[in-house]
Design a binder for this molecule. Structure first.
Ligand code: CP3
Length: 348
């Protein structure tokens, strides 16, 4: 098996730097759009293990990426809690029944993962079988804070007024919500490991909108709990965990303290500065600005080389973008990125 990705997460030597792309299966690929149309819509695609498996593998046929990531969405967990998710092109995700009162939060059911999200585990098993050891499979979840923002706002948000209002005015109730979501996330990630996921990534897409004390209390505390719980249940085999807080550059030291294996970085902090702060305690994943992929191939290659140089000659780097790839990107640019990472980082 190509285990560069897992080796880099363990800070072990590699023959060249591993690379994968956040949202590597998605709308920028014409073959993805075709399968989504065949499924009917995005959620139907997530809920069909066969089709989710197919789109997971699509980027691996085009690019020499070093990991596959389960095709699904972070919002399937609140959907399983009864919030009624829909995802519409051009509008984004929406919940039919957002959490708007104390009662809504108190009545939020615990999820039985195998019953409600069995389709995800079935997809994980299918993908592992199809991959046949070619590259490792990453499972994932949203962070409790990030999931809560969607559950309270009812969809995407710019101001986060409702969820921050809840946090400021009723912190106890906010913690009650985060605690429930955290339990579901732990069960969900453990089930993915049992089904065959070989590494895990937690997406804290909206942690960066918080103040430092609020981040530590309302987001990081739960990330810490997730990492500890996964370690406790790992009977012998340790599955590495990557924590990604978008806009989290201020908090690298406390993130590393959670015991995670790697920190995902967006493009607002340099890899060299991050390394100085966390040393070899964790691996680093990232962090090319996704908009560079709109530029010429020459520019993409130069930017890849600059980032590799910035990390320097050391173990523990997984190349990625600093956030998900945009739908308008030319797939050829991704090929340039992936091939340049491998070529320019070849160890002699
Ligand atoms: O990385 C991968 O290839 C795996 C697939 C994946 C998706 N969503 C597929 C998807 C992953 C890891 C996610 C995570 C996710 N979903 C996050 C965290 C990561 C991040 O980007 O910060 C968040 C915040 C969501 C919530 C979500 N789901 C949004 C905001 C949207 C709309 C995006 C848009 O641009 O319209 C979705 C839908 C979604 N999830 C799509 C894909 C490919 C697009 C849906 C479509 O095909 O129409």
């Amino acid at each position: 098996m190509n285990d560069r990705f897992l080796r880099a997460l363990r800070r072990q030597p590699v023959d060249c730097t591993p690379v994968w792309i956040m949202r590597q299966a998605g709308r920028y690929l014409p073959e993805y759009r075709k399968v989504r149309a065949q499924a009917g819509d995005f959620l139907a695609l997530c809920q069909s293990p066969e089709l989710a498996c197919e789109v997971t593998l699509q980027p691996l046929r085009r690019f020499d990426v070093d990991a596959a990531i389960l095709f699904s969405d972070i919002l399937t967990v609140p959907d399983a809690m009864g919030l009624g998710l829909s995802v519409q092109e051009g509008i984004g995700p929406r919940f039919e029944s957002p959490l708007r009162s104390r009662k809504d939060i108190e009545n939020l059911p615990a999820v039985n993962i195998e019953d409600e999200l069995g389709y995800v585990m079935e997809a994980v098993r299918l993908i592992r079988a199809e991959l046949d050891g070619k590259v490792p499979l990453i499972g994932f979840s949203g962070s409790p804070w990030t999931l809560a923002t969607y559950m309270v706002e009812g969809g995407g948000s710019k101001e986060f007024s409702r969820v921050k209002g809840l946090m400021h005015d009723r912190p106890g109730l906010m913690h009650e919500l985060l605690d429930k979501v955290c339990h579901a996330v732990i069960d969900y990630l453990s089930a993915q490991v049992n089904a065959g996921a070989q590494a895990l990534m937690v997406f804290d897409t909206w942690g960066g909108v918080l103040t430092t004390p609020d981040y530590l209390q309302f987001s990081l505390r739960y990330l810490h709990r997730i990492v500890s719980a996964l370690k406790a249940t790992a009977d012998g085999q340790h599955v590495p965990v990557i924590l990604f807080t978008k806009g989290g550059g201020n908090w690298l030291e406390p993130i590393a303290e959670t015991g995670c294996d790697a920190i995902g970085l967006d493009w607002t902090i340099s890899l060299s500065a991050a390394r100085k702060r966390v040393g070899h305690k964790v691996a680093l994943q990232g962090n090319m600005d996704p908009t560079v992929l709109y530029a010429s191939s020459g520019k993409v290659a130069r930017e890849v080389e600059r980032i590799l140089d910035d990390f320097g000659q050391a173990d523990g780097h997984v190349f990625n973008l600093g956030h998900g790839i945009h739908p308008g990107i030319e797939p050829d640019r991704v090929k340039t990125l992936v091939d340049t990472v491998h070529r320019a980082s070849k160890r002699t």
